[in-house]
Design a protein around this ligand. Structure first.
Ligand code: ADP
Length: 193
């Protein structure tokens, strides 16, 4: 079973994911991290990326993520090219991971842009983390040492929360950390009944 975990920036996805990591009988796949690992390790991906975006993308054999983000952030065409290069490789890697972990109670698949990338279609069940907008903004300003303007800019590139909510099976309300942890344990218990 594949359980999707998503939510807007600052909703508390990573916090929820970290609570789930305590469970030994599940496997966790973090889409963004795996994509980054693949971009750094796959010779095929590397050469395709350099062809598309230039050799400045790698310094000392390491992907310059901030540089890449800046390149594609305000250029939908470049973002599309990036997705066309990276997504098939990540999809292949994920399906191999699913096969290898089929014996687990479930696979928790974390993807901040699960719906935006249409990866919701691979999930049996989807959990969306939700928090009040002002809490999300202030937590991100604090976490990333950034400005309100920059946070709002990043939020604009994601689907609005109500659209995610409509397509989710369950909404995890992120109020307090103890309540959030309790909720994660409750969900895990139900998923493994
Ligand atoms: P996301 O992964 O969805 O962007 P995070 O899990 O990183 O969000 O949470 C954003 C920030 O807010 C982090 O610094 C996290 O520690 C903090 N945070 C998350 N949930 C709470 C909460 N309930 N109370 C206080 N701080 C929180």
């Amino acid at each position: 079973m594949i359980v999707g975990l998503t939510g807007g920036i600052g909703s508390g996805k990573t916090t929820v994911l970290n609570f789930f990591k305590a469970f030994q009988n599940i496997s966790v796949y973090i889409a963004d991290e795996e994509a980054k690992n693949l971009m750094n390790s796959s010779p095929l991906l590397k050469s395709q990326l350099i062809n598309a975006f230039g050799k400045e993308l790698f310094v000392d054999n390491t992907l310059q993520r901030a540089y890449l983000s800046n390149l594609v952030f305000k250029d939908p065409k470049k973002l599309q090219i990036l997705n066309e290069i990276v997504h098939p490789q990540v999809a292949k890697h994920f399906s191999e991971f699913v096969a290898l972990n089929a014996h687990k109670a479930y696979i928790l698949y974390e993807n901040a842009i699960l719906f935006e990338t249409q990866n919701n279609q691979f999930c049996d069940c989807i959990l969306t983390v939700s928090a009040p907008l002002e809490d999300r903004i202030s937590r991100i300003i604090h976490r990333d040492q950034t400005t309100r303007r920059a946070v709002l800019d990043r939020m604009q590139h994601q689907f609005p929360e109500e659209k995610k909510r409509l397509q989710s099976n369950y909404l995890i309300q992120n109020t307090s950390l103890p309540a959030l942890k309790e909720e994660v344990y409750r969900i895990h218990n139900i998923l493994t009944l």
